[in-house]
Design a protein around this ligand. Structure first.
Ligand code: NAD
Length: 517
């Protein structure tokens, strides 16, 4: 193992050069298929992980259920205290975990640490929430009666997560689920097992110190088979799935068919619209970050850019010059802005998307190729050039506009009227994030109103990517309608009961119904 990798792994508590157990349910076990964690920057194998065998998965599910039956009785503010300790333990390892994310996923270090910060932030939020997960009292029409809407812990929440946020997505879910009194079982992406092991170790340490069963925050690493088994299990009350539309569609069907709860956070195809009155000093760098940041591997990455005709030439010139300044590099180096794609397969997806654009006669303004002659160790990495394409026409139903390519490919279209740009924004199946750049209040009103953007995230003078934890995060339409993190998202992690209590000496029926002899 390179020194570069072994330093990061040992700082994050991952033993180097070993086969690691990939299941935690109070104990660490693992005897299923071996998964390799491959560094996207160099191609080296970072570690081998023993995934969950069918038997180990069943044990994990059983232990999660058992853990729930005791954990649900702990008062919510006490659960909040555990979250506070998890928050402290994560904060103490923020940079080490951030570097691990950078090493294993491939995003640049500042974004890796930012992702851990997101977990810290949502843990803070959930500490507060643990004293505010209130039900309510509803006026009853019957004398001497009260109606209460009561939230109680839900059960076992399975979190299936994507490779691109190997820490934060779990954090959003765990924090709310734990505050709500559930047991949470995490099935992370098989290509980022080390991040999930490092995080689970930290959480497990806190649970153990507090005498709480480890299976309150269990882990089952595995590929698609393990994912399918978790999704099918009657022991799982809610499946919170973050990933592709393709897999989300199957997960949604399976969970619905057994009447489980499902929360879907699927792909995005996010547009930014720039009006002629926009401040380009703000808009150009924001689009640059949205499209090139994380090498285009955020669900909220900017993939479509609609420019008003009046500013299009100036905007494109400025954006292209930022693109020209980008150099690929080791995401662990402070100066790097562009890391690799996460897998070899993603490089193929990028190349196919560029080919498709070329075949359609799109102008490839910049990029459109792999980097050749990169120096060791980057020559083993999955580096691609950030690409700006100008398709001949904006035909939103066409694949170049309507499909999510999980790579840094930005398509530009030019419009004359805001209504046209909003129609293009809304004309795709996905509905995650969107961004309008303008100083005109009338445009803002239209954009955030009934005839405006139909996405779950509707920004003004803020790029499509980089959400905070305070608001509910998620997308509409084929993005799955799920909401996680802030806002009212916690309400999905509990089971609600309407409880009518009769304090009186009579037992009247509702609506004045009489039923006596
Ligand atoms: P993916 O769909 O390939 O995998 C997601 C998870 O599902 C993984 O844990 C995987 O092992 C598991 N899985 C695969 N097949 C399964 C099956 N049949 N049943 C159950 N589980 C199965 O996604 P990915 O490539 O890891 O992530 C990229 C995608 O995730 C992109 O589309 C991106 O937009 C999306 N994403 C969305 C959000 C959001 O909040 N909306 C956030 C991050 C990523």
């Amino acid at each position: 193992l390179s020194t570069r990798a072994s330093t990061v792994l040992s700082a994050a508590g991952i033993p180097a050069d070993s086969e690691l157990p990939g299941v935690y349910h109070g104990e660490w076990v693992g005897s299923g298929d071996i998964l390799e964690s491959v560094c996207p920057t160099t191609g080296e194998v970072l570690a081998r992980v023993l995934s969950a065998s069918p038997h180990e998965l069943n044990t994990a599910l059983e232990r999660s259920r058992d853990a729930y039956t005791t954990f649900r009785l702990m008062p919510a503010p006490k659960r909040g205290e555990i979250l506070r300790q998890i928050r402290e333990a994560l904060a103490a390892k923020r940079d080490e975990l951030g570097a691990l994310v950078s090493l294993e996923m491939g995003k640049i270090k500042t974004e890796g640490s930012g992702e851990v910060q997101e977990f810290i932030d949502i843990a803070d939020y959930a500490v507060g929430l643990s004293r505010m997960m209130n039900g309510r009292m509803v006026a009853s029409e019957r004398p001497g009666h009260s109606i209460l809407e009561v939230p109680n812990p839900l059960g076992v929440v399975a979190v299936l997560s994507a490779f691109n946020f190997p820490v934060a997505v779990y954090g959003w879910n765990l924090a709310l689920s734990l505050a709500a009194g559930n047991a949470t079982l995490w099935k992370p992406s098989p290509s980022t097992p080390l991040c999930s092991i490092a995080v689970t170790k930290i959480v497990a340490g806190v649970l153990e110190k507090n005498g709480v069963p480890g299976a309150v925050a269990g882990l089952v690493i595995g590929d698609r088979n393990v994912g399918e088994a978790v999704v099918e299990s009657q022991d799982v009350d809610m499946v919170s799935f973050t990933g592709s539309e393709f897999v989300g569609r199957q997960v949604g069907r399976v969970v619905q068919s057994r009447f489980g709860k499902v929360l879907l956070e699927l792909g995005g195809n996010n547009a930014a619209i720039v009006m002629p009155d926009a401040d380009l000093d703000l808009a150009v760098p924001a689009v640059f970050f949205g499209a090139v940041g994380t090498a285009g591997q955020r669900c909220t990455s900017t993939r479509r850019l609609y420019l008003h005709r009046d500013i299009a030439p100036a905007f494109i010139e400025r954006l292209a010059s930022l693109y020209a300044s980008v150099r690929p590099g080791d995401p662990l180096d402070q100066s790097t802005l562009l890391g690799p794609l996460h897998t070899r397969a993603a490089v193929g997806i990028y190349s196919d998307a560029v080919d498709r654009l070329r075949k359609q006669g799109a102008q490839i303004l910049t990029g459109g190729a792999l980097y050749h002659e990169l120096k060791e160790p980057l020559d083993g990495g999955n580096f691609v050039m950030p690409t700006i394409a100008i398709p001949k026409v904006v035909e939103v139903k066409d694949a170049v506009w309507s499909q999510e390519t999980f790579a840094p490919v930005l398509c530009i279209g030019v419009f004359d009227e805001l209504d046209q740009a909003i129609a293009w924004n809304n004309g795709v199946p996905q509905g995650l994030s969107s961004s309008l750049w303008t100083r005109d209040l009338r445009n803002v009103g239209k954009w955030i109103g009934p005839a405006g953007s139909d996405a779950g995230i509707v920004n003004v003078n803020v790029g499509t990517s980089g959400a905070e934890i305070g608001a509910a995060f998620g997308g509409n339409k084929s993005t799955g309608w799920g909401r996680e993190s802030g806002g009212d998202a916690w309400k999905q992690y509990v089971r609600w009961s309407a409880c009518t209590v009769n304090f009186s000496d009579d037992a009247p029926l509702a609506q004045g119904v009489q039923f006596s002899t």
